[in-house]
Design a protein around this ligand. Structure first.
Ligand code: PEP
Length: 256
C-alpha cells in the first residue's frame, strides 16, 4: 500500500498578519504545482481567513491548530468546527502536546474534539506522543496506545480516511532533538499495529502517520524514508518557506 506523503506546517502563536500572509505567498510560489505530496498550513486562528485567501487555488490546505467540541454558546475564547469551515479550514490539528501539557487538555477532551470535528466534516490530525520521563521509564508504548485508543473512541473504520495521526515525542518538539529515524519508525509501526487491532489491516495500512519533532530539511529525508513514516508535522521549520519546501523536497526525493 503506498500512502501519500502529507506535510503540514504548524505556525503556532507566531507571526503577525502581514508575516503570515507573506509566508503563505512565499510557500505558494515555491511549492508551485508539486503533486506528489499533500500539504497543509495551520496559521494562528485570527489570520486563518487571510492566509486562506493567500493559498487559494494552491496545493496547500488550510488547517486549524485547535477547535472546540460545541457548536456555539457561552464558551469564551473557543472556536467551533463550523466556524473553522466558514473561514476555509479543511483540517484541524487536535491534541497537540502544547494543548495537552501547557493548556491541560485531557485524552477525553481530545476525543470529544476529534469526534466533533469529523462529524462537522473536517479532517483531523490527531497528535500523540510521550514526555521525556515517560520515554525514560519505558512507558512510550503505553502512553501512545492510550492516547490513540481514547482519542479515537467512537470513530468508525470508515471515518479513519479523514484521520491522520501525528506521532510527536514531546521531548523532540521545539528542542532541536529529533528521534532517531529507527526510534521513530518503531513507534510508528506500533501505532499502525494498534490501528490494525482497532480497525483492521486495510484501514491501518491506509492511515497516514506523520512524525513531528524538530523536523528540518537536513533530517527529513532519513525520517520520511522509514516505511511507516508518511509525512511530517513541522513547527519551527514551517516558519521559513525555504525550510518547509526543503522538507517537502526531501520527502519527494526519498520516495522516488
Ligand atoms: C510541532 O509543533 O508540532 C512541532 C513538531 O514543532 P517543531 O518542529 O518545532 O519541533
Amino acid at each position: 500500500m503506498s500512502r501519500r506523503l502529507f506535510i503540514a506546517g504548524n505556525w503556532k502563536m507566531n507571526l503577525d498578519c502581514a508575516g503570515a500572509v507573506g509566508l503563505a505567498k512565499g510557500l505558494v510560489e515555491q511549492i508551485g504545482s508539486v503533486v506528489e505530496v499533500d500539504l497543509a498550513v495551520a496559521p494562528p486562528m485570527v489570520y486563518a481567513a487571510a492566509v486562506g485567501e493567500a493559498i487559494k487555488g494552491s496545493r496547500s490546505a488550510l488547517a486549524a491548530q485547535n477547535m472546540f467540541y460545541e457548536d456555539n454558546g457561552a464558551f469564551t475564547g473557543e472556536v467551533s468546527g463550523a466556524m473553522l469551515k466558514d473561514v476555509g479550514c479543511t483540517h484541524a490539528i487536535l491534541g497537540h502536546s502544547e494543548r495537552r501539557h501547557v493548556i491541560g487538555e485531557t485524552d477525553e477532551m481530545v476525543n470529544r474534539k476529534v469526534v466533533k470535528a469529523l462529524g462537522d466534516g473536517l479532517k483531523v490530525i490527531l497528535c500523540v506522543g510521550e514526555l521525556l520521563d515517560q520515554r525514560e521509564a519505558d512507558k512510550t508504548a503505553d502512553v501512545v496506545t492510550t492516547q490513540v485508543r481514547v482519542g479515537l473512541e467512537g470513530v468508525s473504520a470508515g471515518a479513519m480516511s479523514d484521520v491522520t495521526i501525528a506521532y510527536e515525542p514531546v521531548w523532540a518538539i521545539g528542542t532541536g532533538k529529533t528521534a532517531m529515524p529507527e526510534e521513530a519508525q518503531e513507534v510508528h509501526a506500533m501505532i499502525r499495529g494498534l490501528l490494525g487491532d482497532m480497525y483492521g489491516v486495510e484501514a491501518s495500512q491506509a492511515t497516514v502517520i506523520q512524525y513531528g519533532g524538530s523536523v528540518k530539511p537536513s533530517n527529513a529525508g532519513e525520517l520520511l524514508g522509514q516505511p511507516d513514516i508518511d509525512g511530517a508535522l513541522v513547527g519551527g521549520a514551517a516558519l521559513k518557506a525555504t525550510d518547509f519546501v526543503g522538507i517537502v523536497q526531501a520527502g519527494i526525493g526519498i520516495r522516488k
